[in-house]
Design a protein around this ligand. Structure first.
Ligand SMILES: [Zn+2]
Length: 244
């Protein structure tokens, strides 16, 4: 059974100095090298939507998933041209209550403030063949909030994105990687088709499609490490929950 690496990116830009969570940055030149290398090896990068037949075992080819959490504007500016160059698609998980704003859910935590895509950027992102999913409405800790707010984060976010962009929203990404049997049941009830976590590992048919593991891409992911993460069980051995 072929394992499917689903790459988890955040910012695609130069990491700021003296801030927290800068490991989540991938330099644009590194991103280009990574996509170029995988393309040369015969791999095709796909959005979660396009990856589904592979995750269900209906198709088997050299594919990998490309995901971006939070909806940073730098994904549009720096990742989109590279994705187009290699004819890859990707899913960007948007926080529906923060479109066109900044990543204020990390305010006062010494994390770099970053612009997020606005509706015009997202429409262009979609027009270029890319995909979007929901990353909740407010980037909430889904395992720490009351039940009625939890429904709002999962249902309202989907409806809002569907109404704004006039497309079905079927892919969900758990903020901070937090999920529970209750949140998984709500994803199904809301008619999502997939869910991704921050658990490390490559995905396979035996995984719950609502709690898929991903391959962590950080500023330290050089080409040797990328190949280990994609082609070997390196990430599978590091399967654990980590909050991002
Ligand atoms: Zn996030």
């Amino acid at each position: 059974m072929r394992k499917i690496p689903i790459l988890m990116f955040h910012n695609i830009s130069s990491p700021p100095r003296g801030k927290r969570l800068t490991s989540l940055y991938t330099h644009p030149a590194s991103f280009h090298r990574q996509m170029s290398t995988l393309s040369h090896l015969g791999y095709k990068g796909l959005s979660l939507q396009e990856l589904q037949p592979y995750l269900r075992g209906e198709k088997s080819e050299k594919v990998f998933g490309i995901t971006f959490d939070d909806g940073y504007l730098d994904n549009y500016c720096n990742a989109l041209p590279v994705l187009k160059k290699f004819a890859f698609s990707a899913t960007c998980y948007l926080v529906s209550g923060f479109i066109g704003k900044q990543n204020d859910w990390t305010r006062n935590q010494n994390v770099q403030e970053c612009d997020l895509m606005d509706t015009i950027h997202v429409r262009k992102w979609l027009q270029e063949g890319m995909a979007i999913g929901s990353h909740s409405h407010t980037h909430a800790h889904l395992c720490q909030i009351p039940a009625e707010r939890l429904e709002n984060e999962i249902f309202h976010s989907k409806i809002l994105l569907e109404n704004t962009f006039q497309i079905p929203i079927e892919d969900f990404c758990f903020p901070y990687g937090e999920f529970s049997p209750q949140t998984l049941a709500l994803l199904k009830k809301a008619n999502y088709k997939t869910g991704v976590t921050t658990q490390r590992g490559r995905a396979s048919q035996t995984d719950d499609i609502f709690a898929l593991p991903r391959v962590h891409m950080t500023k330290r992911t050089n080409l040797a490490l990328l190949l280990m993460k994609v082609l070997t069980p390196y990430e599978d051995h590091r399967r654990r929950v980590s909050g991002l």
